[in-house]
Unconditional design. Structure first.
Length: 343
């Protein structure tokens, strides 16, 4: 019986910025931006994923490129469901489409209504059973932490829409905090700063590129500079300014502070025994935000705790959820059961 599921069950890391699909026995088969391009008039989907992301900020009136998830939760239900269905079909291209069991990751601070929307989207996209796993738990499993042992593991997952901070022990979340300040807010902060300091308007894709190439959370030994193109707010014409990585760090100060604060207040809520464990083992950083230059040093500096970046921070959550699919019976307890849905 067990064999008949192989290759069909899947885990989905439904993220604000990227969606990853893990298929049982195969690994992560799909990693695409969570973007959908729609024809306004007919409502039909023109592109999903990478193709749709290229269209952001470059579409005529008749086409809109939207990101159906905001702050880690579903903002546009229909688009999310269509996107999920599209991704599942891409993974199951050749064989006839059997209804899979599906594990979907959600932020830990999600409400019962938001949780139901995620489950519903999974069922609408063709799942036979949908299970939910909390992102920090999936991230911890994916980063290889011994979540079932009676020791404190702390994980900080900085995604696109949410930052999840959690202390995990004995297969459960002891304290957690989910804040809606993450990668997208860093991009927005860069846009706002460029507007204020240089009267230059940037597109969101350019802001993201600036963050990736120049951004840092902690002073660097040498601060690189780069030319950034945008539209001058005064003349309305395209213009280039030179910006250093110190400027970009200045621009991102507020959201970075919110992320550090979330880590500190979670440590503040942690039982002393577990806090001692974390002091020994350190904090593990996952998610795309873990790739921000110097974020680990910044956290080390502000909390006094050792900080490690997970081996492959972008796929930690998907791999952790995938492990739940591979060892379904063993990891059943980390999945959120329906009984907890009262609320």
């Amino acid at each position: 019986m067990a064999n008949s599921f192989i290759g069909r069950d899947m885990a989905v890391d439904l993220g604000t910025a990227n969606t990853l699909v893990y298929v049982r026995g195969k690994g992560v088969l799909l990693d695409e931006p969570s973007v959908v391009a729609l024809n306004e008039a007919t409502g039909e989907i023109l592109a999903v994923g990478h193709d749709a992301k290229r269209m952001i900020g470059r579409t005529p009136d008749s086409i809109t490129a939207i990101r159906p998830l905001k702050d880690g939760v579903i903002a546009d239900f229909e688009a999310t469901e269509q996107m999920l269905r599209f991704f599942i079909q891409q993974v199951h291209r050749r064989r006839y489409f059997a209804k899979p069991r599906m594990v979907i990751c959600v932020p830990s601070g999600i409400t019962a209504v938001e949780q139901r929307a995620v489950k519903e989207a999974g069922y609408q996209a063709g799942a036979r059973r949908v299970y939910i796993v909390e992102e920090p738990m999936a991230a911890a499993i994916g980063a290889g932490l011994p979540v079932h042992k009676p020791t404190g593991n702390m994980v900080v997952d900085v995604g696109g829409g949410t930052t999840e901070v959690a202390v995990i022990s004995l297969g459960g979340i002891v304290t957690s905090l989910s804040i809606r300040t993450a990668g997208d807010d860093l991009d927005q902060a860069i846009v706002a700063w460029m507007k204020k300091e240089h009267s230059l308007l940037l597109g969101e894709r350019t802001a993201e590129e600036v963050k990736i190439t120049l951004g840092s959370a902690f002073p660097r030994s040498e601060e690189p500079e780069a030319e950034i193109r945008g539209r001058d707010l005064v003349s309305g014409l395209p213009r280039t300014v030179t910006v250093s990585s110190a400027d970009v760090r200045q621009a991102m100060q507020e959201p970075l502070h919110a992320i550090v604060d979330a880590v500190r207040s979670t440590l503040d809520q942690t039982p002393p025994e577990l806090a001692g464990d974390i002091m020994d083992r350190g904090i593990v950083l996952t998610g795309g935000g873990a790739l921000l230059h110097g974020l680990d040093e910044r956290l080390r500096h502000d909390t006094g705790m050792p900080v490690h970046v997970a081996e492959d921070p972008l796929t930690s959550v998907a791999l952790g959820a995938g492990k739940c699919v591979e060892e379904f019976e063993a990891l059943q307890q980390v999945l959120v059961t329906d009984r907890r849905r009262v609320g």
